[in-house]
Design a binder for this molecule. Structure first.
Ligand code: SF4
Length: 362
């Protein structure tokens, strides 16, 4: 019989697990805290619970682990981790230092079915959803490394491989676990869900009563351009996506972030900026301008610094709130999917297949 992975359970679920074993509910709180606040890796480390109780729980439950398969640090201080999953898949997470603290960018799926043209994660397609435990474990493993320096992860961004709203239940469960104040205690407002624009998922998330930040990968100011780089736009075009984002902002009181990767000659002119301004003016919105990662491929090139500045100035003139993202991690293959792609390609080479020619993410 397979054991229940405690890293995927909320406090209430751990309580009910111990109640089902005939143990008192407060023991469930103790186990939850050992797993998420004290981050022990074994039941024998739970020093304030009776040994007989610990071994009782161990018969039906386990504390999942993710093994770090590789790690790359950049000179800017970001660290990218490739985690091995039990079934041979691998997912990546990035630890990013900010002025306000440490954030971890997590993956929600192995691969992705959304096929955005500029993204390495889209290559090789979708493999499977990550479990809630595989999501929380990315944060827990990184936090465990930081514990020795007495440093805390203060933000979690669902911006790694995968479309989080395409793995809705497990992502929601992981967010509930991560935000429990008696565990990792990363408040919902410190969690960002980044979507390519799954409208039903946005509307559903709006009704969850969680004030997570919604970040939408927009990347184009009209349907014609967006269709060319993001197939999801054919299913959920801008006239459906933007009202859904407005609804999210209205119900949560949270400003929506719109990500816009600047692609040379494709979406980076002053006219594109004016179109984008007309689209977002009057909305509870913030635009995050992202220079394309300086890596070859994808059929796109990086916009010049002058184009980025001019684009930003046009938005500013129209009163649209915006920032230009600093390029943390560009030197560690930071954009989502790149490290994982190496792992996949290495596997393909081992079985004698030709690796795909790469496209690069934004
Ligand atoms: S950008 Fe996001 S949604 Fe699009 S293919 Fe990449 S991982 Fe999937």
């Amino acid at each position: 019989m397979s054991k229940t992975d405690l890293r995927g359970l909320s406090r209430e679920q751990v309580r009910s697990l111990v109640l089902d074993l005939g143990e008192p509910a407060f023991r469930g709180d103790q186990v939850f805290e050992w797993v998420f606040a004290k981050r022990v890796s074994g039941f024998d480390r739970m020093s304030n619970v009776p040994k007989s109780f610990a071994s009782h729980v161990e018969r039906v439950a386990e504390i999942g682990r993710l093994e770090i398969q590789s790690e790359r640090k950049s000179s800017e201080g970001t660290t990218k981790y490739l985690f091995a999953l039990r079934d041979g898949q691998a997912v990546e997470s990035v630890l990013i230092p900010h002025r306000y603290g440490m954030s971890v960018c997590v993956s929600s799926q192995a691969g992705c079915r959304m096929a955005c043209r500029f993204c390495a994660s889209a290559e090789g397609g979708f493999v499977r959803n990550l479990t809630a435990s595989e999501i929380t474990s990315q944060v827990l493993e990184i936090q465990a490394l930081l514990d020795v320096h007495d440093v805390r992860v203060s933000r979690v961004d669902f911006m790694g491989t995968g479309e989080p709203l395409d793995n809705y239940e497990n992502v929601l469960q992981a967010m509930k676990v991560l935000s429990d104040p008696g565990g990792l205690g990363i408040g919902a407002r410190k969690i960002t869900v980044s979507t390519c624009g799954i409208v039903p998922g946005i509307l559903r998330l709006a009704g969850e009563g969680m004030q997570v930040t919604l970040s939408v990968s927009l990347h184009a100011p009209d349907n014609a351009l967006r269709d060319m780089i993001m197939p999801v736009n054919k299913r959920y075009p801008l006239e459906e996506l933007l009202p859904a984002c407005d609804e999210y902002a209205k119900r949560t009181g949270r400003r929506v972030t719109y990500e816009y990767v600047l692609l040379l000659g494709f979406n980076d002119t002053a006219e594109h900026a004016r179109k984008l301004s007309r689209l977002l003016r009057g909305r509870l919105a913030h635009v995050n301008l992202i220079p394309l990662n300086p890596v070859a491929g994808g059929g796109f090139e990086r916009s010049s610094q002058q184009a980025v500045t001019a684009f930003s100035r046009e938005l500013g003139k129209a009163g649209v709130a915006q920032t230009v993202r600093r390029e943390m991690g560009a030197r560690v293959d930071a954009a989502c999917g790149q490290l994982r792609r190496r792992h996949v390609d290495a596997g393909r080479r081992q079985v004698g297949k030709r690796p795909d020619q790469g496209t690069e993410p934004g």
